[in-house]
Design a binder for this molecule. Structure first.
Ligand SMILES: Nc1ncnc2c1ncn2[C@@H]1O[C@H](COP(=O)(O)OP(=O)(O)OP(=O)(O)O)[C@@H](O)[C@H]1O
Ligand SMILES: [Mg+2]
Length: 126
């Protein structure tokens, strides 16, 4: 299990470093490891860009894989259905966006309200 507060770009890289360490002990392929990292980068950058600038990343083992949870107390995602239908095109940053981050994971759930956002993502090695 790892946790990391995210308030800066440097914190995001600390989270990536810790998740890599966690994944190393599990039978993930190099490709799947990259998928998890790129997905986390997108979601964590959104905390800095849209989610009030501060959040937390937690990553833990689940049956046959890992789960990461990224939470913030920002204003929430206004058009979450459109985004998840793939009808929203992101236009800045890494350019993969939330929908791309979802495609890289096996499961991705978004809980969002005007009090904040929580994104729960799972990747399995089996
Ligand atoms: N944590 C968040 N809190 C509030 N709004 C968010 C959050 N994450 C995403 N959003 C909203 O969802 C939209 C889509 O996010 P997405 O990451 O797909 O694209 P983007 O961040 O605008 O562009 P890019 O990721 O390419 O820089 C954002 O523009 C923003 O309005
Ligand atoms: Mg984004």
């Amino acid at each position: 299990m790892m946790t990391q507060i995210v308030q800066s770009e440097e914190d995001i890289w600390d989270a990536v470093y810790k998740i890599k360490y966690l994944l190393k002990g599990l039978p993930f392929s190099e490709k799947d490891t990259q998928c998890v990292i790129v997905s986390l980068l997108e979601i964590a950058h959104n905390v800095l860009d849209h989610g009030g600038g501060m959040g937390t990343v937690i990553c833990k083992r689940v049956d046959g894989g890992i789960c990461f949870i990224v939470s913030d107390q920002g204003p929430g995602i206004p058009c979450v259905d459109t985004i998840l239908k793939g009808q929203y095109t992101s236009h800045s940053g890494l350019g993969l966006g939330l929908n791309g981050a979802k495609r890289l994971m096996d499961e991705l759930k978004i809980e969002t309200s005007t009090k904040g956002t929580r994104i729960i993502a799972i990747k399995r090695y089996v």
